[in-house]
Ligand binder design. Structure first.
Ligand code: MSP
Length: 539
């Protein structure tokens, strides 16, 4: 099992396992693409909590900049009103609905953020890291980013250029503004990447960043004076800070930078910044350079995930391809939703959502392989032992193989989910084990053994059912970070709380200790874990 020592809960200032999502623009409502990263981070942090580590999971919203300002104007409200509405009506409720267990939710319009951001940039200004200059270039409001010529596509007319991400015309921006001396950080960044080969993941993302930084970095324009929806520069209030510079700092302002040194020491540097591949450079180049300039430690890892695609393009609300997560959860349920995207799309690569694929996986993997196993075992303990879990008095090689299978599933899942962020691989290992348990029951045929009334027959039947129930006990713990409600139902059905306490108190380290579920537990059939989809949509 992977080492957990450096995040143990003992010691007042022991470092925490700190994971962040990007903070989302609130110009629109969330779609599947946003939920994908947030669910991944939730599973990762729940996994680490289940290891017994001190964990901190941060998400939030990015509320400044032109994009939000224009959306608010178009809707006839102030930017703050717009943000408040979207945060309260769309973003926070969705995370609650998807059972995201974040420890904090930062909004960049909160004073705890803006005050610290001003201090941070003032410090860089005082250190000579920021200077005044002029800039002109093509700007994409969708990305909130100046574009390089290579990042543009031809538009409808000779003069029109389109952003390659948004496929919409870029605007020509010409301004006097303040610059951060990013160009000075190229060699230091390259040195850092070389010394920390795991800093950027996956390898394709790392290579992209290396290629980018190996060319000459340009200084970064960090202020705007043509609109005012942003954090004012403390030394020149005619300017507001470029939205990305303000946004990146959420990772430290929420962690207590400048306000709570003790907490900050525990939380910073972050363990993992989860980001979409389109915002990798901000996190792997600009953010580290800003931290270097401020003399702060750099995050340990930046992990880029791929995009959910629709018709070969990135799913997005602006292209009208954004599907609301609730359109799927209302049909498949929240846990199946959490399962599907992490199981079906290898983290780091692009993937498409398909209703047919989701339906197929729901039916075969969740309902048939897993749900049926749970209900069959509970039904047999009910039928043959009046719902009281019998002891395994006649265990042999077949039972040992199941116990070994649980150990393997736990070890592989711990490494893949907890360390490598290979969610699909970790989930596959757990479901391999579920298959193994199904195979065990098929081979042992408890329904036939039940016909043998001899003492030996009863002992054999008891052993088979105990083994299957104990396998389900382990499965419930392993799946708890991914499908918390389902795992709770299974825990209740196994009567596990009586002897083992709450599911939330179980740890990854002990999941494979065979025989934890005490004989005598009250096993009940409970709700079907994954009801048939036809019945559900009809109801
Ligand atoms: N506000 C910035 C992030 C600032 S972090 C300091 C931003 N916001 S965003 O709302 O446009 O995007 C947030 C995240 O959602 C990004 O990581 C982006 O990659 C992700 N996704 C948006 N559409 C997506 C898909 N279709 N698929 C997967 N993720 C996608 O950028």
């Amino acid at each position: 099992m992977a080492a957990t020592a450096d995040h143990s809960t003992t010691g007042a200032n022991a470092p925490a396992y700190y994971v962040s999502t990007p903070i989302y623009y609130v110009n629109d409502r969330p779609h599947l693409g946003h939920a994908y990263t947030t669910v991944a981070g939730d599973v990762l942090t729940r996994w680490h909590r289940q290891r017994g580590e001190k964990v901190w999971y941060l998400t939030g919203t990015d509320e400044h900049g032109q994009k939000i300002m224009r959306t608010a104007e178009a809707n006839g409200v102030s930017p703050q009103e717009w943000c408040d509405k979207l945060v309260e009506e769309a973003w926070k409720p969705l995370w609650e609905h998807l059972e995201i267990a974040n420890d904090d939710f930062i909004r960049t319009t909160q004073q705890r953020h803006t005050d610290r951001v001003q201090e941070f940039v003032q410090d860089l200004y005082d250190k000579g890291e920021i200077y005044k200059g002029g800039y002109s270039g093509p700007y994409c409001v969708g990305c909130e980013e100046f574009k390089l010529p290579a990042e543009l596509l031809d538009g409808a007319t000779e003069d029109e250029k389109l952003c390659s991400v948004h496929k919409r015309p870029v605007e020509w921006l010409e301004e006097e503004n303040y610059f951060f001396r990013l160009s000075a950080y190229g060699p230091k960044l390259l040195e850092f990447y070389a010394e920390n080969p795991d800093f950027i993941q996956p390898a394709s993302a790392r290579n992209e960043v290396l290629r980018f930084v190996e060319q000459d970095l340009k200084d970064l324009s960090i202020s705007r004076s043509t609109f005012n929806w942003g954090v004012p520069l403390p030394w020149d209030e005619k300017h507001v800070l470029y939205v990305w510079v303000d946004a990146l700092q959420n990772y430290i302002t929420a962690a207590g930078y400048g306000s709570d040194p003790e907490r900050f020491a525990e939380l910073w540097p972050a363990s993992v910044h989860l980001v979409g591949k389109d915002i990798l450079r901000f996190h792997a180049v600009i953010w580290p350079a800003m931290l270097m300039a401020a003399g702060l430690p750099l995050p340990k890892r930046v992990v880029a995930n791929g995009w959910l695609m629709v018709g070969g393009e990135k799913m997005s609300k602006s292209n009208l391809t954004g599907i609301a997560p609730t359109d799927l959860t209302s049909h498949f349920g929240v846990d199946a939703y959490r399962y599907y995207f992490l199981r079906a799309i290898p983290f780091g690569t692009d993937g498409s959502f398909s209703w047919e694929d989701f339906t197929a996986r729901y039916t075969s993997e969740l309902a048939n392989d897993f749900g049926n196993l749970a209900s069959r075992v509970a039904a047999m303990v009910g039928k043959y032992f009046e719902g009281v879990l019998p002891a395994a008095t006649a265990a042999g090689e077949a039972e040992q193989a199941v116990a070994d299978g649980l150990r393997t599933a736990a070890e592989v899942a711990d490494l893949k989910i907890g360390e490598e962020l290979d969610f699909a691989g970790g989930i596959a290992a757990i479901f391999e084990f579920v298959k193994q348990v199904n195979g065990y029951l098929t081979e042992q045929e408890p329904w036939k053994v039940a016909k043998d009334d001899s003492e030996e027959g009863r002992a054999r039947l008891a052993t088979i059912l105990y083994t299957a129930a104990e396998a389900l006990r382990g499965t419930a713990v392993l799946l708890n970070p991914l499908m918390p409600s389902t795992s709770e139902k299974l825990w209740a059905s196994l009567g596990a709380a009586e002897g083992l306490g709450a599911l939330s108190a179980q740890t990854v380290a002990t999941v494979a200790d065979w025989g934890r579920l005490p004989a005598g537990a009250t096993v009940t059939k409970g709700d079907i874990l994954f009801p048939r989809l036809e019945e559900k949509s009809a109801s």
